[in-house]
Design a protein around this ligand. Structure first.
Ligand code: GLU
Length: 554
């Protein structure tokens, strides 16, 4: 054990350039003046250039918790790992979240605006001076020390530990630099050898901490006994050390982060304690899981196997941000679905979101469920809203085709009205996401890419279509038009009366519904569509004849 004076001398040797004290930083970043219930949350991504559904999932939780009661949601960039850094990653994060209407109040990406930088800098690599003040203070108090162990030495110890089947790591008697004399530290430092700074852990083997997680409840975990690295060889902090200092000084009140960090809580517990900080509340989120067809079980969504993990996927295919939000809230909070059903028109932000009700086990990502939500939500939007949304999407992702789709506003709106079932007894729910919408209605714009199969065979089909065209009159109303379909049926040996058909199906080749289907598939390419007469009247006679003639001449 070093004496108090030796600790001070060691701290001075290690950090001669550090002048600012921890008190200085405490004063510079005072507790925030917020209402009683207000929470401060943050998103703290590493700038790897990949932003995924899991990020959006927890960002939404952060944002909701902060903004429920006038708190603050800020963005901190954890860029201590130079190897993973990607240029433009911060803009990517901000833009991706903005698309889903999730806005930060403060933090990285705000330029020079003083108010939104009050607790910055928000890039960890710009905070090294701060970390060093705290590191120095720990050394002064005998709670941290330099460690000169080389990689080879460390892996040798590890092998030995594995052989003897004891806990691996740098702790207790294996922590060879923990109890050196001042002279030994001094000599090693003077030699200029590389070193890291380690915590001199105060934990005891066999003891446990009880830790309260906002989602998981009380959790018992073994006390930390490892002399973990605080500063790496280059003086850059580890995640653990930076997390404690940043969340303390930025005055975070709730840390929402991935469940993979739960096992590190004992380290953070000790760090907050030795640094004299009050711990924030923690909520460790469940992983997003997916049903795996191969194994029949659940598995984590993976970057490699699941394109739908990337947020880009949802923008490229044109998922409406509101639908995504409804879906994610459904995944995040068990009470949300019922609330939304009871208050379908209420602003989603009025939902009483709570951390406690967040999903404890892995939330299951289910595309069918997402699509059902999309169908429901889109059917509730006005036709103007859907039109504007599709237009914005198409101009970005299908600029060439957009010219055709949006050349005639009234036409497209009539199509949307039809597919959204506006005014119908039972609203249709056909629309899911922008790309799918244009696949669905593409035939109005000459898209022939997809055709359902004719049931009756080509020759029969052609007979029906020729007869249909013969008697077709654009001026007919819906019922006159349908009567003509019936006449075609009678003429060609199909039942025009469904009751008669059902009673004696063997007397007929089929029924009027087969006639309608033949026309429908020829005109639209699909066996299933909204009202065919209306489709023909939006499309116009010329295009209808063209499409039918194409089948006849094939
Ligand atoms: N940079 C960490 C990560 O991306 C943040 C974890 C946290 O939110 O504290 O996993």
């Amino acid at each position: 054990m070093l004496t108090e004076i030796e600790n001070k001398k060691l701290a001075e040797l290690l950090f001669p350039e550090v002048e600012k004290t921890t008190e200085y930083w405490e004063e510079k970043f005072p507790y925030r003046k917020l209402g009683k219930k207000a929470e401060v949350t943050r998103m703290a991504p590493s700038p790897t250039g990949f932003i995924h559904l899991g990020n959006l999932y927890s960002a939404l939780a952060d944002e909701r918790i902060a903004h429920r009661h006038g708190g603050v949601f800020y963005l901190r960039i954890e860029d201590t790992d130079a190897k993973r850094k990607v240029d433009g990653a911060v803009d990517l994060i901000i833009n991706a979240l903005r698309y889903f209407n999730i806005e930060f109040d403060e933090g990285a990406g705000f330029g020079d605006d003083a108010e939104q930088n009050a607790y910055g800098p928000y890039y960890q690599t710009e905070r090294v001076e701060i970390y060093h003040s705290y590191a120095k203070s720990l050394v002064e108090r005998g709670l941290a020390y330099p460690c000169f162990a080389t990689e080879e030495e460390l892996s040798k110890v590890r092998e030995e530990q594995e052989e003897n089947k004891v806990l691996t790591g740098y702790y207790g008697k294996y922590a060879t630099w923990r109890d050196k004399t001042f002279a030994e530290y001094e000599e090693a430092l003077k030699s200029g050898a590389e070193h890291v700074l380690r915590l001199r852990s105060q934990g005891e083997e066999g003891k446990e901490i009880t830790f309260h997680d906002e989602i998981k409840g009380d959790v018992q975990l073994p006390e930390n006994i490892h002399d973990i690295v605080l500063l790496k060889k280059d003086g850059i902090p580890t995640y653990h050390f930076a997390h404690a200092i940043d969340d303390h000084l930025m005055r975070t009140t709730v840390v929402i982060r991935g469940g993979e960090w739960l096992a590190s809580v004992p380290i953070h517990y000790e760090l907050f304690h030795v640094l004299g900080f009050k711990m924030p509340k923690y909520a460790h989120t469940a992983h997003l899981m997916k049903f795996d067809e191969e194994t029949g079980g659940k598995r984590k969504l993976s970057k490699r196997k699941d394109p739908e993990l990337s947020l880009d996927f949802y923008r490229k295919d044109g998922y409406h941000p509101h639908c995504m939000k409804v879906y994610l809230l459904t995944l995040l909070n068990s009470h949300f679905e019922e609330w939304h059903e009871q208050h379908p028109d209420e602003d989603l932000n009025n939902f009483p979101f709570s951390v406690e009700n967040m999903s404890k086990s892995g939330a299951l990502f289910d595309k069918d469920k997402l699509h059902n939500i999309c169908k429901n939500e889109l059917s509730r939007l006005s036709e103007d809203e859907v039109y504007e949304f599709l237009k914005t999407w198409a101009e970005e992702f299908e600029p060439e085709k957009a010219k055709l789709w949006f050349a005639d506003e009234e036409k497209l709106k009539s199509i949307l009205r039809l597919y959204m079932g506006v005014g119908a007894k039972r609203r249709r729910k056909d629309l899911i996401f922008a790309k799918q919408v244009f696949e669905l209605i593409g035939y109005f714009f000459g898209d022939e890419s997809e055709k359902d199969e004719f049931k009756l065979g080509t020759e029969e089909e052609k007979k029906i279509l020729a007869e249909y065209l013969n008697t077709f009159d654009y001026a007919d109303d819906n019922s006159a038009w349908f009567n003509k379909l019936k006449a075609v049926a009678d003429k060609l040996g199909y039942a025009s009366d469904m009751k008669a058909y059902k009673a004696n199906p063997e007397d007929f080749k089929g029924s009027v519904s087969d006639i309608a289907e033949a026309v429908r598939i020829s005109v639209t390419g699909r066996a299933n569509t909204p009202d065919l007469w209306t489709i023909i009247h939006i499309m116009g006679e010329e295009q209808m004849r063209e499409r039918i003639n194409a089948v006849l001449n094939a």
